[in-house]
Design a protein around this ligand. Structure first.
Ligand SMILES: [Zn+2]
Length: 363
């Protein structure tokens, strides 16, 4: 049996780490191609100023327009090449980071990832989500390696709006259950092998950390302060969930998320918020122990994650809408095929209705 585990080459997390950006960058080169939305760049301007003061590194700012499209990636790759940059740094949320990964891949240079929010487990991964110019999903792209460095400054995460951290908790919540389902089914993980004991332990640790520290971390983020609990949740959202999902595999929770996106009313909700409801749906589908479902519902409730359809904008619940979601969740290539039993749209629809009711009961 072939087992595969992938991860970034280095993960660093700490309060005030962006004070040392200059030294981190120097490990990869003296000319760094920098990709960030202007708002995110402004948030870290004081740290960039330190780099300018030291004058050891040249930062070349990519003309990033905010969307991770193939055109944008090609344009920025060309800018990085012309300027003979030695490494690519991406700063911000998912789109800037994904764009940086893709540019690094095309120009074959090291990639440094600087997440300013902890809303998903994407920073550590070896893939990117591409969109069209008008913001529609285009394709997934995966690269031959994960980022060379993922550098997280916990204070920057603590300063970001709390809804991002909570959404990250929702994304991380599914990791253990999807890993467990893949293991039962002997399904492949993202790099195309079976999971390792290491990856499964990481996925379990991710869940245990959320249970222990999510509420305390949310409070810390509300106060814009860094505490041990916040540090633990930042690690769970970015590192544990990132390694857990890639190296243990995805299953129903993420497919239900994908299905939910066919309904326009869910578009205002973050990825992790929909994944959180998808996790409850997966547990219902598996007929997980009531105590486990209740534990998950309680966690969601305690941090304000969605537990029923109304919480993700679906107020007017009809058979037709749920059918559409269920069919999309079971589309070709969806990871729901990794569940250890046959899943049809009818099975998904039934689980959605029940998950919705259980969530309402918990209110
Ligand atoms: Zn996710």
């Amino acid at each position: 049996m072939k087992k595969v585990l992938i991860s970034p080459s280095k993960y660093v997390q700490g309060e005030g780490e962006y004070n040392h950006l200059n030294d981190y960058f120097l490990q990869y080169g003296k000319k760094i191609f920098f990709i960030a939305h202007i708002d995110d760049k402004n948030r870290v301007q004081c740290y960039l100023d330190r780099i300018f003061e030291k004058n050891e590194i040249q930062l070349v700012f990519g003309d990033f327009e905010g969307e991770c499209t193939l055109d944008e990636i090609n344009k920025l790759s060309e800018q990085a090449r012309v300027n003979q940059c030695e490494a690519v740094a991406g700063l911000g949320g998912g789109k800037a980071l994904d764009t940086a990964k893709a540019v690094g891949f095309f120009i074959e240079k090291p990639v440094i990832i600087l997440p300013t929010i902890a809303s998903t487990d994407a920073p550590c991964s070896h893939s990117a989500v591409l969109y069209t110019k008008d913001g529609q999903f285009d394709r997934y792209m995966s690269f031959k390696k994960n980022p060379d460095l993922v550098l997280v400054d916990s204070q920057i995460i603590a300063n970001a709006p709390v809804r991002f951290l909570v959404a990250g908790i929702g994304d991380a919540l599914s990791t253990y259950f999807e890993a467990r389902a893949c293991q039962s089914a002997f399904a492949n993980n993202i790099p195309g092998g079976k999971s390792t004991k290491a990856a499964l332990a990481i996925a379990r640790q991710c869940y245990d950390t959320l249970m222990e520290d999510a509420v305390k971390a949310k409070k810390a983020c509300e106060c814009n302060v860094v505490t041990p609990a916040l540090e633990n949740i930042v690690e769970a959202n970015i590192l544990l969930s990132g390694l857990g999902f890639e190296s243990s595999g995805l299953a129903a929770a993420h497919s239900v998320h994908d299905g939910l996106t066919v309904l326009e009313e869910t578009h205002h909700y973050f990825h992790g918020e929909k994944v959180s409801f998808g996790t409850i749906v997966q547990l219902v589908m598996e007929n997980a122990p009531t105590s486990e479902i209740n534990e998950v519902l309680e966690l969601c409730k305690s941090v304000g994650l969605p537990i029923c359809l109304a919480d993700i904008g679906i107020v007017d619940v009809t058979q037709e809408k749920i059918k559409k979601v269920s069919i999309a969740a079971c589309a070709e290539g969806e990871t729901i095929g990794n569940m250890p039993f046959e899943v049809t749209p009818d099975v998904v629809a039934a689980a959605i209705f029940v998950a919705d009711k259980l969530g309402q009961m918990c209110k």
